[in-house]
Design a protein around this ligand. Structure first.
Ligand code: IPM
Ligand code: MG
Length: 380
């Protein structure tokens, strides 16, 4: 019996390439786990009408956690177009499987570290070390949306007099997405951000919001952030409007530490933060719940590179490091991060995004180099 059972979900496109890289490193580390392949992604939408089949959910339920490569998502009409002929016109609607997984397993926290590893030529500055805490199940990702707008929904929203003007436009011309946030959701994400700051010796936590316009949701989050902050003496609590912080993060990223945001603002800011430390090829992520977690790098499936083994596996390898953290495998986590940092610092082996087009090593060569280093560290 292995110590861990891990759901193995390459997903779409380069998800497969980077998971191949993860396997090389996990095997080199002799990590005591059994990997259970689980179907997810575009292929299963096209052939079965469901990108997250029930059999995959069943596998997840009997594993400790999941490693996930990447996913392809397309807008509604394109998604319908690519369905197998016999599935067309059955009223099937595409919904992102990663968003569904976050909700189904209540993976309420998205942890996205963005650190400038020394020697990475793509660093915007060398002193950036940000950690984004993104609320992962609420806000604009709740999926409560309408088009056209039903009369009953319109009527209910007329509780607020500002709604009335939309009737003149014709409800058939109105689309509605919602941003629903709970006290519980806001409290949880703020508390985790401050807890992390405390346990990792961080100086500040910055809230990314827009309470001057989004008065109710942004207001709730801001009040809760202030309340939570009171319990963490010595950690500075800063507040920034989401637009302004995009500018400040580019101007003075070294001033920031832990960032906390609701779902959409966290989505946007974590891509910006990734861009400061080398781009999506370096950005790791963890979707964490109370009992289960799905580890998936921030990057997407990059279909044009699929199967070519050219994309950077570092984001995936640092994502495996987050999995080790979550499992309490601290030594593995430390060794893997050191190995990755060494490979970056030496700069001998790197993919095209680092070395320039035509000069890059393959995804697997980078993984093998990390594997060599991590083995040496484990036996040292
Ligand atoms: C991310 C991605 C997803 C999101 C997409 C693929 C649905 O951008 O994990 O940041 O928006 O959350
Ligand atoms: Mg995103």
């Amino acid at each position: 019996m292995s110590k861990y059972k891990i759901a193995w979900m390459p997903g779409d496109g380069v998800g497969n390439d980077v998971m191949d890289a993860a396997k090389i490193v996990l095997d080199a580390m002799e990590f005591d786990a059994q990997y259970i392949l689980a179907d997810i992604g575009w292929e299963f939408w096209c052939t079965e009408g469901d990108p997250l089949p029930q059999r995959t959910i069943d596998i997840l339920k009997e594993t400790d956690c999941a490693l996930f490569g990447a996913i392809t998502s397309k807008p509604r009409d394109e998604a319908h177009e690519e369905l197998a002929p016999e599935l067309k016109d059955k009223g099937l609607v595409y919904f992102s499987p990663i968003v569904k997984l976050r909700q189904l397993f209540n993976l309420h926290t998205n942890l996205r570290p963005c650190k400038a590893y020394p020697g990475n030529p793509l660093n915007y500055r060398d002193d950036i070390d940000l950690v984004v805490f993104r609320e992962n199940t609420e806000g604009m990702y709740g999926g409560v949306e309408f088009f056209p707008l039903p009369e009953s929904v319109y009527d209910a929203l007329c509780e607020n007099p500002k709604m009335k003007k939309w009737k003149e436009v014709g409800l058939e011309n109105v689309a509605l997405s919602t941003r629903i946030m709970s006290k519980g959701g806001c409290t949880s994400i703020c508390t985790q951000a401050f807890d992390y700051a405390k346990t990792h010796g961080r100086n500040s936590v910055t809230l990314l919001e827009k309470p001057n316009v989004l008065r109710e949701t942004g207001g709730l989050m801001t009040r809760i952030f202030r309340d939570v902050a009171k319990n963490y003496e010595g950690i500075e609590a800063w507040e920034a409007n989401i637009d302004a912080i995009m500018m400040w993060l580019v101007k003075n990223p070294q001033d920031y530490d832990v960032l906390v945001a609701e779902n959409m603002f966290g989505d946007i800011s974590s891509d910006l933060a990734a861009g400061l430390v080398g781009g999506l090829g370096f950005a790791s992520a963890a979707n964490i719940g109370d009992e289960y977690a799905v580890f998936e790098p921030t990057h997407g499936s990059a279909p044009k590179y699929a199967g070519k083994h050219v994309v950077n596996p570092i984001a995936m390898l640092l994502t495996v490091k987050l999995m080790f953290d979550w499992l309490g495998e601290d030594e593995h986590a430390a060794n893997l991060e050191s190995a990755v940092a060494d490979v970056i610092a030496e700069g001998k082996v790197g993919t095209y995004d680092v070395k320039g087009r035509g000069n890059g090593n393959s995804t697997l060569e980078v993984a093998e180099e990390v594997a060599r280093k991590v083995k040496a560290l484990a036996t040292a």
